[in-house]
Ligand binder design. Structure first.
Ligand code: 5GP
Length: 139
């Protein structure tokens, strides 16, 4: 017999896998895809071959930067083992950008995953928030 809750965790997984396969195509029509391709403007603070960092259009703190992979991953929960180095690179870029913007002493790093996790743009991104005192727990 399956342990309690197994059905709940297994059943959504198959469609999600299909979503990932489809999403990993070259079509990235999200807002952030357009920013990567420089089709819409953004206040870019850092860029390399793998990622881009730009200021959030509706900042929740004096420093609010989004760090995104150039490769299209819709959300963290759709990343796989093959994305390990890229995910590590994103976090090290957070550290680099924090130093560059003078907030290395303390800052908050947030990834909203999925609609229920507060995600609104479905191109995975890391929020770097700083230059003000932070409260816990977050809302
Ligand atoms: P999420 O809610 O998905 O975790 O974060 C999406 C973030 O993207 C929000 O903080 C929102 O303010 C930001 N955002 C939405 N549209 C734009 C835009 O056109 N330009 C920039 N720079 N940020 C945006």
């Amino acid at each position: 017999m399956l342990p309690h809750g197994s059905q709940m965790t297994r059943s959504p997984w198959l469609p999600w896998k299909k979503l990932k396969k489809k999403s990993m195509s070259d079509t990235n029509d999200t807002l952030f895809g357009k920013i990567i391709r420089k089709e819409i403007p953004a206040d870019i603070v850092y860029e390399d071959d793998l990622c881009l960092a730009f200021r959030d259009i509706q900042p929740v703190a004096p420093v609010h930067v989004l760090i995104i992979p150039k490769q299209y991953i819709p959300q963290l929960s759709l990343a796989g083992e093959e994305d390990q180095a890229l995910l590590g690179h994103l976090l090290l870029t957070v550290k680099k950008v924090a130093e560059q913007l003078g907030i290395a002493e303390g800052y908050r790093v947030v990834i909203n995953n999925g609609e229920k996790g507060g995600q609104t743009v479905f191109h995975m991104h890391v929020h770097l928030i700083g230059d003000r005192p932070m409260q816990w727990p977050p809302g």
